[in-house]
Design a protein around this ligand. Structure first.
Ligand SMILES: N[C@@H](CCC(=O)N[C@@H](CS)C(=O)NCC(=O)O)C(=O)O
Length: 335
């Protein structure tokens, strides 16, 4: 009797999976406004975002600086609880299953670096966050690009992008946070995520735990390589601040480039890299202090502290204090 029952259950599960897979198909979406897509909306601007997500923080800070009010839709990532990005409801908003998404008058705008420029163009105060002259705008763009999280595999472009390095430097925080997430929720990612490598890494980090991160050789190499390249990006940032005369990246005006770098420095704080990467660079430390003094930083970052991120940061501090190979990973500068 068990045989036929098991066969019926397996058939049912298979049928469910094929149906869901069809309904939850994901694919990459080009950045910018998609005027051809219409979404339900209540107000002019709506933001789909996540408390922890780097790119979401960037857009929250940008909208706060521009004084653009928006309706907020928090969407969970696996790190904050579940793959809500893979739900049918969210895939209708973004078939790429990524946050953030800005919706303007019912039309979605994808890719955070494009959203920044789009939002600045639609701000009530003309010229806010964007320099008036073309050469300075080009410098701003160069620093936005250097801070962007690009490509399906961030580990492929450490040289070009500090945003991608941040993904590598966040690995300890991922490991610390994923401890609180049930395995079955990560498995949902294996079934439906476009990039299976991501849920696989989370499963591995969950199995090994925070203390086990240094024993995962490819992961250790990724952390150390991202750290090495981040040092170079931060040195370049210090140089740029000296060259522009500050207090901001392009000079006297706070721009979209500063908003993009604020979230990188904030993530270094969350993953407890401040002593290793920021403190040794007084110009960067002072720049970060100036950014932290902006009300927009408080509303985009401090007011969105997720309890799982806070707990994850505390676990990293505690593990470093134990002086194990995990502490050595933070102290090491070479693979
Ligand atoms: N290039 C995209 C990257 C967006 C992105 O990777 N978003 C992350 C959060 S920061 C995400 O939604 N991840 C969900 C997942 O990979 O499962 C942008 O700048 O908007």
């Amino acid at each position: 009797m068990i045989g036929p029952l098991a066969a019926v259950a397996a058939l049912g599960a298979g049928a469910w999976y094929w149906r869901e897979r069809g309904l939850r198909r994901t694919h990459a979406m080009a950045g910018g406004l998609h005027a051809d897509r219409a979404l339900p909306h209540d107000v002019e601007f709506e933001l789909y975002h996540n408390d922890f997500s780097l790119c979401s923080k960037k857009i929250r800070m940008c909208l706060a600086e521009l004084g653009i009010p928006y309706a907020s839709h928090h969407v969970d990532l696996i790190e904050t609880g579940s793959y809500e990005t893979l739900s049918r409801r969210f895939l209708a908003v973004n078939p790429a299953a990524l946050v953030p998404v800005l919706v303007h008058d019912g039309h979605p705008v994808y890719e955070s670096h494009d959203i920044l420029l789009y939002a600045a163009r639609h701000a009530a105060a003309p010229g806010a966050l964007v320099p008036p002259d073309e050469p300075t705008r080009a410098v701003m763009q160069q620093w936005i690009d250097r801070s962007s999280l690009t490509g399906d595999d961030p580990t492929q472009a450490f040289e070009a992008s500090a945003g991608n390095c941040v993904a590598g430097l966040t690995v300890p925080l991922f490991a610390a946070m994923i401890r609180d997430i049930p395995t079955r929720r990560i498995l949902e990612g294996l079934l439906f995520h476009r990039l299976k490598q991501r849920p696989l890494v989370f499963l591995l980090l969950k199995a090994k735990g925070l203390a086990g991160v240094p024993s995962l050789l490819p992961v250790r190499k990724t952390v150390l390589a991202s750290r090495r390249h981040m040092e170079r990006h931060l040195d370049a940032l210090a140089q740029q601040l000296a060259q522009s005369g500050g207090p901001w990246i392009t000079g006297a005006q706070l721009t979209l480039a500063d908003v993009s770098w604020a979230v990188i420095l904030e993530r270094l704080r969350e993953a407890d890299w401040v002593a290793e990467l920021i403190v040794p660079r007084p110009a960067v430390a002072a720049y970060w202090e100036r950014l932290r003094g902006r009300p927009s930083y408080a509303s985009a970052m401090d007011d969105h502290q997720h309890p799982l991120v806070r707990r994850g940061s505390e676990r990293i501090v505690a593990e470093k204090a134990r002086g194990t190979s995990f502490a050595a990973l933070y102290a090491a500068t070479r693979a």
